[in-house]
Design a protein around this ligand. Structure first.
Ligand SMILES: [Zn+2]
Length: 137
């Protein structure tokens, strides 16, 4: 299994990377930012139409925040800093709009209107907490 060790630990460094706190922050940012595509793809395949779940915007916000801090505090590269300095604006805006429309429309997960007494969304099955805001309680 020498080739596995050669692959994972070239030059005695995990994946050949010089690891320290900011490398971990940067790679966590990369992984978080990348994972949003998997979340969005999964949600779209599940509902068989293009949807953007709130998790996509949360992952965007956290991933961009980690990459921005990496750029600002470690790399100190103006191009890299600028690339992530303002991306949070549409992410936060989309979360606010999603929150408002979900409150008005029913299901917080897929936005489908739900029966007034429903505890679970009939479209995606997510638990409605609190039960449908339009239930008129
Ligand atoms: Zn739903």
């Amino acid at each position: 299994m020498d080739w596995i060790e050669q692959f994972l630990f070239p030059q005695d460094k995990f994946l050949g990377v010089e690891w320290h706190v900011w490398k971990v922050v940067g790679w966590l940012g990369n992984l978080t930012f990348f994972s949003r595509f998997l979340v969005q793809w999964y949600a779209t395949e599940k509902q068989r139409r293009v949807v953007v779940p709130t998790a996509f915007w949360w992952l965007s916000l956290v991933g961009a925040g980690l990459l921005f801090s990496y750029a600002l505090f470690y790399k100190r590269d103006s191009v890299f800093i600028f690339a992530y300095a303002f991306t949070w604006i549409p992410y936060v805006r989309n979360l606010v709009i999603h929150h408002r429309t979900a409150a008005a429309a029913g299901c917080p997960q897929c936005g489908e209107p739900c029966a007034s007494a429903a505890n679970y969304c009939s479209a995606c099955g997510v638990a409605l907490h609190p039960p449908n805001p339009r239930s008129g309680a």
